[in-house]
Design a protein around this ligand. Structure first.
Ligand SMILES: Nc1ncnc2c1ncn2[C@@H]1O[C@H](COP(=O)(O)OP(=O)(O)OP(=O)(O)O)[C@@H](O)[C@H]1O
Ligand SMILES: [Mg+2]
Length: 250
């Protein structure tokens, strides 16, 4: 399964992708969690120390007529083996890394190579993209079979979701759907269902435990494994499996 989380800043992409990655691993999958955001945050939600660095700049080179490519034919599998770090539940973690002051093309090329080429048998990919439309519209979510647009009950978040709905139909075999997050009741869910133009894949309640985990800089699964949000992410994992198997949200 390959899934990418997109949506407005602060909607919950990192906490949901980190929790989902570990839930999928607990369901027996081998999982590579990818922080595609240049403001790294997914590590917190996985429960590992935060680091700024991406892969070494020297991995990429600019070739005449081809643009930036990975040097010496290094494969995506080799990059994962060398540079991914271990997170709880057996998840592997790789990040694009912080941009110091300007884009690092070599390191970025290597990371994009993993997104586009890492298809090792039996592995699931969970990507946490930067907030807003820029990264998704530049194809950083195209690796996924499901693009999950995280929406919280707010007019601004719904506006982002309607823009991101433009991703639907742009990549063959990719389903784009909504994950309603921070839902406090029926009214919130109705607001999201009526305001969004995409099918609903999952619903995650507002959960104070997320705030507690966030304050501590820890993973929700380590702080409150029995919380309602964890149960909701388990259901989300099941719906995503259904979407991937059937190619639809029905
Ligand atoms: N279901 C929820 N219940 C309560 N709080 C939540 C829930 N989901 C996310 N949050 C809180 O919302 C805040 C933003 O979450 P998160 O960092 O995952 O968002 P993001 O979409 O990754 O943001 P960014 O675009 O800045 O990377 C955090 O404080 C998180 O704890
Ligand atoms: Mg984030």
């Amino acid at each position: 399964m390959r899934v990418a989380f997109v949506g407005k800043g602060g909607s919950g992409k990192s906490v949901l992708s980190g929790t989902l990655a570990r839930v999928l691993a607990r369901r027996g999958r081998r999982v590579l969690a990818l922080d595609v955001d240049t403001m790294p945050g997914l590590a917190f939600s996985l429960g590992i120390p935060i680091r700024d660095a991406g892969m070494p700049e020297e991995l990429g080179e600019r070739q005449e007529g081809r643009g930036w490519v990975v040097r010496d034919g290094v494969t995506a599998e080799e990059l994962v083996e060398r540079y991914a770090v271990s997170a709880p539940d057996g998840v592997l973690f790789l990040q694009l890394g912080k941009l110091p002051s300007r884009v690092k093309p070599g390191s970025t090329t290597a990371f994009r190579h993993v997104l586009e080429e890492f298809r090792a048998d039996g592995w699931s990919l969970v990507g946490d993209l930067a907030g807003g439309t820029r990264q998704p519209f530049f194809g950083w979510g195209d690796f996924a079979q499901v693009i999950a647009v995280v929406v919280e009950p707010s007019a601004k978040s719904l506006l982002s979701a309607r823009r991101l709905a433009g991703l639907a139909g742009t990549v063959d075999g990719t389903t784009v759907g909504i994950v309603a997050n921070k839902v406090r009741g029926e009214d919130d869910l109705r607001l999201i269902a009526q305001g969004a133009t995409l099918p609903l894949i999952g619903v995650v309640p507002f959960d104070e435990e997320f705030a507690a985990a966030d304050r501590a800089g820890r993973a929700l699964l380590d702080v409150a494994p029995g919380s309602p949000a964890v149960t909701a992410v388990e259901s989300l994992a099941a719906s995503l499996e259904h979407v991937v198997a059937n190619g639809s949200t029905a």
